[in-house]
Ligand binder design. Sequence first.
Ligand code: MEV
Length: 442
Amino acid sequence: MMSKQTEPFRNLRRRSVEERRGSLDEVYSFDREESDATGGQSSLLEIADLMVETAVGSNPLPIGLATNFRIDGLTYNIPMATEEPSVVAAATFAARIVGGSGGFRTYTSEPVMKAQIFLEEASAAAEEILTDRRDEIGSRVDRILSSLKDRGGGFRGLQTRRLARTGVLRVHLLIDVRDAMGANILDTAAEGLRGYLEELTGGRALMSILTNAAYERKTGAAFSLPLERLAHGYRTPLEPTEVARRIVLASEIASEDEERAVTHNKGIMNGISALALATGNDTRALEAASHAWASHGGRYRSLSRYEVREGILEANLELPLAFASVGGAVGFHPATRYCLRILGHPDAKRLARIAAALGLAQNFAALLALVTEGIQRGHMRYHAARVAYAAGARGREIRRVAEALSATGDFSRKKAQSILLSLRDSEESGDKPEAQGIGADQ
Ligand code: MEV
């Protein structure tokens, strides 16, 4: 559809969020449903306006609850914000299988992140000078970040390296950011230290910014599943040993074939990013770090590994996870408070561990489906419901139209509209829709 806007929007930034929406309504004639669906309630508009520039609404993704995860001996219900059908159900399904044999074991490192400062034309002795002044640099960082220091975080180390091609000197400040993601903390420290580092090295600071790589902040999850548990609640004609063999082979393929590895890892991030979104964490930072880590050995590989040892399927996942439990949108947006409360207000380390378990669950459920019945059956059920909705079905009509679509195998909107029409006709005439053959070819 062509935009009906004839004049460019001017000064949108200086107008209130309600005025901005008014302008959009004039141009695009949004109806009530569209207004509600974009956070039209004034409390949400106020929050949106405090979070981004030129806010005109919010995009409320569904939050689904993946239930009964056993992680390190505790039970969690995990809120997941995602647009993708089947992801939440798959996580719950994996949690049920794994939970029956001890659940997930997780670990994480201290929340240390790195700020990078790049210095041009630093003297030949710069690296040595900086190493000698490590303690003074650390004290300055801790003075800048005094409240972080009071909370047990602060300076943890210094690294220097002359970049081979550009000759630029790269300085890393390692900082324990406690429960934060760390971007503000690191950028404040790095910008605060620029002048002093220039003085020491005789160089000129080009830029200073955190690295999202977060390789110091790695988190892992694992589970051990006796093979007979693989069959638990899962219908497949294959023997559990054969299912396990296929899962292991699928994981080896994801180690060997880069293009398969991307999809394999995407499945892991289905869980991690959904938890990140639900809790207001930075999904782009998490995704960038994970994919970079997947190629740290010089080739992009799968992040998880599976093997069978003495009749037990052993699964492992390790990746950098810079999750925050405070700061930024985390705890500010009411939806994130809702989700954090469901999780029992975890600290950042606990949240990262939950995320790793969820990522591994998601990966395991995907592999299990892929090497047995495939994933399409689960997906199509939700797809059918969405087609039914888009065709105009509402309330109880949605399920009935979706079932009829699934029965015909034709998931076009046209088909859904015709099914909906005949459903409504038959309801008006008082006939039982079943008797009218809803779902049969019209
Ligand atoms: C779909 O979002 C994720 C999967 O493609 C992951 C995978 O293939 O391992 C099912």
